[in-house]
Design a protein around this ligand. Structure first.
Ligand code: IPM
Ligand code: MG
Length: 376
């Protein structure tokens, strides 16, 4: 039996292209693992009304972790229109399978490092080393939403909150409510994870990115929690920055920041911004980390127009594999893989289209796999 069981979830679009790149590299480093295939994505939504079928959830229950490619997600009505005819009008509601996976398996920590590689022509600056910690299970992504707004809810809100008064007479169908739910325990978890990471990897600052001046209760609680937890970590400074200002500072002086921590939606936004600073989504890796399971995925989407063309940059996926190896405790292999990626980028002989070249996804994977062998 192999040492690790890693669920293999290519998903949609270019998911398969970059997973093939991942496999080339995993084979090169001879990880002792088996990779059972899991079905997830748009085709299962269309055919079964569920992009995350129960059998895939069951598979994940029996794996150490998962590697995930990419997913196509669409707004509710568009998704419903694409259901196969026999499923139309039966009340199936599309929800992003990756968001569901994060909630179902309580993958509370979304870790998204964005570090500039030497010699990457796409770097915004060469001295950027940011790590985003995004809370992964709550906030506006909780899925607690209303449209139309039920009368009972309208009543409760009218009675309990003066600020709701001006909405109380809006017809139920002309108003939509998405709740921003944030709990103390999830706030503690993500903030503690950010500080622990900063401590382990020698970052001097953790910046909590919220908006407590306006969103007083939820953002207020995040910032308050950050202050409490910061006391456990002398030597690491807590900086507090509002999300809007943070976007400005990240464009102005990204080199001044280290670890960033935020709630789900703000974390989603700043992680794309940070990714672009180090070359774009082709360089952005992530880990969705829970207590019993972790799902590793590149931050990019499924880029349907490139699907099967082996054109996209697999670097995000290869760094994602590195994050997975770290999590598995395979630090030596992880370090070698990262070094191999860095060398291939610095050498500059292989360049995918986003970097101005014409090499393929798999050319890049082979260059990294040739390189990594000499490092192990
Ligand atoms: C991400 C993506 C997802 C998210 C989408 C695909 C649901 O943007 O991982 O950042 O919003 O979390
Ligand atoms: Mg995103």
């Amino acid at each position: 039996m192999a040492k690790y069981r890693i669920a293999w979830l290519p998903g949609d679009g270019i998911g398969n292209d970059v997973m093939e790149a991942a496999r080339i590299v995993l084979d090169a480093i001879e990880l002792d693992a088996e990779y059972p295939h899991g079905e997830i994505g748009w085709e299962f939504w269309v055919a079964e009304g569920d992009p995350l079928p129960e059998r895939t959830i069951e598979l994940l229950r029996n794996c150490d972790c998962a590697l995930f490619g990419a997913i196509t997600s669409k707004p509710k009505d568009e998704a419903a229109n694409e259901l196969s005819p026999e499923l139309q009008g039966k009340g199936f509601i599309y929800r992003s399978p990756i968001v569901r996976l994060r909630q179902l398996f309580d993958l509370a920590v979304n870790l998204r490092p964005c570090k500039a590689f030497k010699g990457n022509p796409l770097n915004y600056r060469d001295d950027i080393d940011l790590v985003v910690f995004r809370e992964n299970t709550e906030d506006l992504y909780s899925g607690v939403e209303f449209r139309p707004v039920p009368d009972e809810l309208n009543d409760v809100l009218s009675r309990n909150n003066k600020n709701f008064e001006r909405f109380a007479d809006v017809p139920a169908g002309d108003m939509a409510i998405s709740l921003r739910i944030i709990t103390k325990s999830a706030s503690e978890r993500i903030i503690r994870a950010a500080f622990e990471y900063a401590k382990k990897h020698d970052y001097k600052t953790v910046t909590v990115v919220e908006k407590p001046n306006v969103i007083r209760e939820t953002s207020g609680m995040m910032v308050e929690t950050a202050r409490e937890i910061a006391r456990e970590f002398p030597g690491i400074e807590l900086w507090e920055t509002n999300i809007d200002a943070m976007c400005m500072w990240l464009v102005k002086n990204p080199q001044n920041y280290g670890v960033l921590v935020s709630s789900n939606m703000f974390g989603d936004i700043i992680s794309d911004l940070c990714a672009q600073l180090v070359g774009g989504l082709g360089f952005a890796a992530s880990g969705n980390i829970g207590k019993d399971l972790a799902v590793f995925e590149p931050t990019h989407g499924s880029a349907p127009k490139y699907a099967g063309k082996y054109k996209v940059n697999p670097t995000a996926m290869l760094i994602t594999v590195k994050l997975m190896l770290d999590w598995l405790g395979e630090e030596k292999r992880a370090a070698a893989l990262y070094e191999a990626i860095a060398r291939v980028i610095a050498e500059g002989r292989i360049r995918t289209y986003d970097m101005g070249g014409s090499d393929s996804t798999l050319d890049m994977a082979h260059a990294v796999s040739d390189n990594v062998k000499s490092l192990l």
